[in-house]
Design a protein around this ligand. Structure first.
Ligand code: URP
Ligand code: ZN
Ligand code: ZN
Ligand code: ZN
Length: 477
């Protein structure tokens, strides 16, 4: 199958150009001046389909480097399967995800990795890779890290929170970091001080403060800043590259910026929820249906921060100054009925997570509309840097000859209304983004050369998406 995408504005992280994009089979064959011939051939006459992209952006497919499809967590399982979650991703212009293999204490890493490969195989609408979660850091986990690199798993997530579930103590963290420093892999960190949070949670519950609002209050920015600083120091001690996930506090960004100014290999992502949503407006919300439990829809960790403390402004600034390099979703959806409602009487029993995999490209495009970031920066934050950070750049994250034909045609003059019953393909009974009106629209999505979404219709098949082996990070200094 040969496709010519004609007359669009090709947007890469490096800039924009009006160009035609020729996809041959699964791969981009050429990026050409509009109307060019190729060695005398009239290209348009020699392709199977021509798609007119005049007036539209032609961008590399989005890469969501932080998702949790069907993750067993909080006494339940994330409600999107690899099938439903990746189909929703495709609708939103995301053509690659990197999900997390889960290891709870006592479990064997390689067994878990094989289990996750089995869960995803034959299910996905878009291409996928894995990070590996390490909880207890057993000796066998360290050798497994080396083995997983050969399998294309080159990043390992540790948690400084969720005691008894995921938390690794500082000694365990240092052991994993020493190994990462030796084998060249990347350590990803959930940076919140778990002991402090556990104490504050207990104290709020004892005072009868049980609503979702107190989820936010019991995970203060100081707990994020402290853990971020500690993670940076442990990485400094061991020489391991460090990537902080789901950053929400401006003070954490300042720690990251200082480490980067110091020449350390420290990187970070934030997520759409930390750019738009707040402690007061979401965690503190009430509704006729759910009363003051409405806020459960937005219970995630790190939590939404107070709108009075300047965090959102600082996140956008960090995205401009490259103190934050990536935007992922941390997609971890749970339904209100039967999942989030486990915490009706106790916010600490609400499964943690928000679902956004479908809306990341649209939501971050609003940053371009609002003048917070440039058009190439939108592509860089959502596709190019995730590709470089996690070792898939060249194949993914760029429109250039030789890259996979993962291409999105995005209409800046289109419109997208987010909400259940409107655009909603995620397997959730609510949308964290209900009522958001988006300037822009994902018109057409190609995954390795196949058109899988056109004008809101899904044209792909379950199992189209293939596992990609990742190399070591291409972003280290
Ligand atoms: O609330 C969240 N973030 N749930 C997913 C697990 C994690 O910590 O990333
Ligand atoms: Zn986390
Ligand atoms: Zn996560
Ligand atoms: Zn639409």
């Amino acid at each position: 199958m040969k496709t010519l995408i004609k007359g669009g504005t090709v947007v890469n992280a490096t800039g924009t150009a009006t160009a035609d994009v020729l996809i041959d089979g699964e791969t981009i064959a050429a990026v050409l001046a509009p109307g060019s011939t190729l060695l005398g051939f009239d290209i348009e006459r020699n392709v199977d389909q021509v798609v007119d992209a005049t007036g539209k952006y032609v961008i590399p497919g989005g890469i969501d480097a932080h998702t949790h499809m069907q993750m067993p967590f909080g006494g339940t399982e994330a409600s999107d399967t690899f099938e439903t979650g990746t189909r929703a991703a495709a609708h939103g212009g995301t053509t690659s995800i990197i999900d997390f293999v889960v290891q709870y204490a006592g479990e064997n890493i390689l067994d878990q990795y094989n289990l996750w490969q089995g869960k995803a195989a034959g299910q996905c609408a878009v291409d996928y890779g894995f990070h590996q979660i390490l909880s207890d850091v057993q000796d066998s986990s360290l050798t497994a890290m080396d083995e997983l690199i050969n399998e294309g798993v080159t990043s390992f997530k540790l948690f400084m929170a969720y005691k008894g579930v995921f938390l690794s103590d500082d000694g365990q963290i240092v052991k994993a970091m020493q190994r990462a420093s030796d084998n060249g892999s990347l350590i990803m960190m959930h940076a919140e001080n778990g002991s402090v949070i556990d104490l504050l949670v207990k104290q709020h519950l004892e005072r009868g403060e049980t609503t979702p609002y107190y989820h936010g209050v019991s995970r203060p920015w100081q707990a994020e800043e402290e853990a971020t600083h500690r993670a940076i120091m442990l990485a400094n001690l061991t020489g391991a590259p460090l990537y902080i996930v789901h950053v929400s506090a401006k003070q954490a960004v300042e720690q990251i910026a200082a480490a980067r100014d110091n020449g350390q290999n420290v990187f970070a992502e934030t997520c759409p929820q930390y750019l738009y949503l707040s402690l007061e407006d979401q965690l503190g919300a009430s509704s006729p249906e759910w009363g003051d439990f409405e806020g459960a829809k937005w219970v995630c960790s790190t939590p939404l921060r107070s709108k009075h403390e300047g965090h959102q402004h600082h996140m956008w600034q960090g995205l401009r100054t490259n103190d934050l390099q990536v935007i992922s979703t941390d997609h971890c959806p749970f339904c209100m009925k039967g999942q989030k409602d486990m915490g009706l009487a106790d916010f600490s029993k609400i499964p943690n997570g928000i679902g956004s995999v479908e809306h990341r490209m649209d939501l971050i495009y609003q940053g371009v509309v609002m003048g917070e970031i440039s058009l190439p920066r939108w592509v860089e934050l959502t596709s190019t840097t995730p590709a470089r950070m996690f070792g898939i750049y060249g194949k993914k994250g760029v429109i250039q000859p030789g890259a996979d034909g993962d291409v999105v045609i995005y209409d800046p003059n289109g419109h997208t209304s987010i909400g259940v019953g409107k655009t909603h393909h995620m397997n959730m009974d609510y949308s964290a983004w209900e009522g958001y009106e988006i300037d822009g629209h994902v018109d057409t999505v190609f995954s390795r050369g196949r058109m899988i979404v056109d004008d809101d219709s899904y044209l792909g098949r379950k199992g189209d998406g293939a596992y990609f082996k990742r190399g070591l990070s291409q972003y280290l200094i």
